[in-house]
Write a protein that binds this ligand. Sequence first.
Ligand code: UDX
Ligand code: UDX
Length: 455
Amino acid sequence: MFTKRIACIGAGYVGGPTMAMIAMKCPQYKVIVADLNKARIDAWQTDSLPIYEPGLLDVVQAARGRNLFFTTDIAGAIREAEIIFVSVNTPTKTFGEGAGRAADLQYWEKVAREILRESTSPKIVIEKSTLPVKTAQTMETILNAKGDGVHFEVISNPEFLAEGTAVKDLLEPDRVLIGSRETPEGLKARQEIVDIYANWVPAERIVTSNVWSAELSKLVANAFLAQRISSINSISALCEKTEANVREVAHAVGMDSRVGSRFLNASVGFGGSCFKKDILNLVYICESYGLHEVARYWESVITMNEYQEQRFVRAMIRAMFNTIVDKRIALFGFSFKADTSDTRESPAIFVARKLMEERARVVITDPKAIENARHDLEGAPVEYAEDPYQAARGAHAVAIMTEWEEYRTLDWGKIYGSMEKPAFLFDGRNILDHKGLYELGFNVYPLGSPAYRHF
Ligand code: UDX
Ligand code: UDX
């Protein structure tokens, strides 16, 4: 009764929401999401999903059990489906050649071999994970190595969803990119994938290209986004030395329609599972082709991000009279951005560790990410508090690490009243009313504009 059977291997931040959306929008297809992590698969079957993503539960509930299924039987899913999305993780290598820069493709390759082992009919295999350029070629070589007549087409369909807005990004994507080989079989496979998205995405937003362009576009899109943040963060440092205000500068610059206003918020630094990993990947690729200047150019985006994180901690120490030994410091927010529980590469991890090195007493509060924070900082002498008021009680300083909406509307007068004096506030996301807080009694340190101090 189903017109297509689609499998996805990897039920993470990308695979889970993407398949749920396809299943909701296309009741005529059977969608099977498979993952080797049983706890994760079990959680997808309940109403407490393994990832926090606004609006996702409604999408899952609309299709689960109807045409959306979750399983740990990866082999079974491969056998049943004619279209297989692969969205397993591709972290930065931690060992051997290219350690710290190249992508670790071991999971991807394992999956490719499993697809090869289990397939008795032709399959379209889709790269959903971000991969180095030309991975599709390697995968095709592995898949077509058996020479028993089963044909595989590898398609690159990179994911552009951002965490926290995944459902909206999937519902109304800026674009869907589908890359294939330009052979008759490649073009036919490409069309099959176009047909899936055409169920809800307007035709003009479905872009097709050759497979290398699709792979590279994903890395470049993330590199460009991260580069904007590093650019404005570099200017935040200059603003702090002058009378300029980085928010005013970003506003004026962003109003130029050629520049655009988004992704120009200065911050303690960008985090997340993609930006750093993808830029490192880009750098590694450039180097492997001998393009050293190009590699250095993109590497500087990461260097600037690290500088910004260090600068933030240094500014805290300096403001608090050059010592924070035994001072209680509350970090408000630990996730790498608002509306997600994800803490991968969160600048808060770096800040918390540095503050502990200086022997401060660190307290962490976050509406969604405390569990992940505990994991990231395992064994460290950190206090965790669900309640931000409790976190701030008796603290010398509060530092905003994540732009959670609820931090804007806290009773800051009450927080000030419960803190040690002088009370410091470091706004790593520039989300608070700095002048208002100063008037309440705080010494306020925004990013990219002069501090408001009572001394
Ligand atoms: C992943 C990649 O990290 C990223 O490069 C890509 O852009 C999209 O896919 P994400 O979904 O956030 O991102 O990763 P993660 O949440 O770690 O999910 C990957 C899942 O794959 C995990 O649930 C893991 O258990 C599963 N997996 C991994 C397998 O099922 N089999 C494997 O061999 C390896
Ligand atoms: C990113 C891309 O946006 C998405 O298209 C891709 O598929 C995956 O990587 P994500 O990492 O989920 O998505 O979040 P994003 O919203 O891009 O934010 C990344 C980081 O940049 C966060 O730490 C965020 O707080 C920070 N940021 C963002 C800023 O510091 N300033 C800004 O103006 C915007």
